[in-house]
Every structure is written in C-alpha cells, then in structure tokens.
Design a protein around this ligand. Structure first.
Ligand code: GRF
Length: 210
C-alpha cells in the first residue's frame, strides 16, 4: 500500500471524541491517511458536527430505514467500497456488525477500541463503570481486530490505566478516554505502513515491503 494514501472510514454513533483524536492526528501529521467518510447510525451523533467542521463526508445509515441488520450492513459495505476504504475504524459505534460479507471483505482491516483490558468486561457497554464497581485498581483499553466474536478479535494493542485514585466510574472513564485518544492515533497511524497478521489469537505487525 505504500505510495497511495491510506483511506479510512470511521464509524461512530455518538460523541466522537476518538474520531476527533484521529482528525487531530492527521492534522498534526502523526497519521498519514485521509478520512474518506464518517458513517453513523445515529442522525443526532455529535460526531456529525465534528465531521462537518472538518469537511469530512458523512453518510447516515439509519437502522430504521432497513428491514434487518444484514441489509443495513450491506449498505455500509457499499459505502466503504465506493469510497475505496482500506481501513475501517470503529470509534464508539454502538452496533454489532452482523454481515459475514462485510466482515469477510474487510478482514484484518476493521478495528475497534474497547475501554477495558480484554477479556475483562468483554461486551460491556459500561466497561469503565463495571471495572470501577468491581474495585479494579487497574483497567485500561484494548484495540482489536473486529470479527463475528464481539470484542473477541485478535488484540493489536493494549494499555493498562491505573484507576486506583478514581473516586467514581466517570472519573475512571475520563482517565481511560485520554489514553484511548493517544493509543488510537498510534494504532491508526501504523496502518499506513503495514497490517496485522494473526496466528491463532496472537497478532503481530507486518510492514509492507518497500
Ligand atoms: C470509548 O470509550 C470507546 O472505547 C468505546 O466507546 C467510547 C466512544 O467514545 N468503544 P467517543 O464517542 O469516541 O467519545
């Protein structure tokens, strides 16, 4: 892929602070890629405002307009194909990708960030609060490849965050989120130079030949 700019799609359902971190990473030249499209399932997502402020093309794929989730994912795949997307970045995308066709077509090229040290608090939509309530002193974040096993694809990056000083789950979430932004920038940036090969459950980075 060297020689052509990496085109990415970001899928986000809400606030979009990780999306913003990637936008900033590109502006600050840490990430050598371009965001071809923001895809959202939520017409009210704050991520849409962020895209507009940065002249990023937005596609709203409203689940209400599709007879089932397979049809919705088919539409997403069409958008990815049409925009020549190489990397799909899930950033607070609150839907599970159901379509095998989409997962197969973009195998190894869809990533997600989860705010815990997987497999702890796998599939939780409030993983930081759960970690706090459990009394964990350390939680963190995981960036993984997306497969049909929700939050179960090969891990490509993981970082521990000390939450022992946090007084609430929200405080823990905010502390982890700061680390998420830095980590997602780094991992997205790496795709400009290679990809992650998987043996069993273990992933390792493979540089593209120059
Ligand atoms: C993040 O905590 C991310 O780990 C999880 O959803 C949250 C999205 O936040 N998957 P934002 O929309 O990027 O601000």
């Amino acid at each position: 892929m060297l020689g052509t700019i990496l085109r990415i799609a970001v899928l986000a359902s809400g606030r979009g602070s990780n999306f913003q971190a990637i936008i900033d990473g590109i502006k600050e030249k840490e990430i050598d890629c371009e965001i071809a499209v923001l895809i959202t399932d939520n017409p009210e997502a704050k991520a849409i405002e962020r895209a507009k402020e940065n002249n990023i093309h937005v596609e709203i794929v409203d689940p209400k307009l599709f007879k089932n989730r397979e049809e919705m994912d088919k539409k997403i795949k069409q958008i990815l194909d049409k925009n020549n997307v190489r990397l799909v970045v899930l950033a607070g995308y609150m839907k599970i990708i159901k379509s095998k066709e989409l997962l197969d077509a973009y195998q190894g090229r869809i990533i997600n960030i989860h705010p815990s040290l997987l497999p702890a608090f796998k599939s939780s939509i409030r993983a930081q609060q759960d970690a706090f309530n459990y009394g964990c002193m350390v939680s963190g974040l995981t960036i993984h490849l997306v497969t049909s096993d929700v939050d179960g694809g090969a891990i490509i990056y993981q970082e521990a965050v000390d939450i022992s000083d946090c007084k609430t789950g929200d405080e823990a979430a905010a502390k982890i989120l700061k680390c998420e932004h830095k980590a997602y920038r780094k991992v997205v940036a790496s795709f400009a130079y290679g990809a992650y090969g998987v043996t069993g459950k273990r992933a390792s980075f493979i540089y593209y030949p120059i």
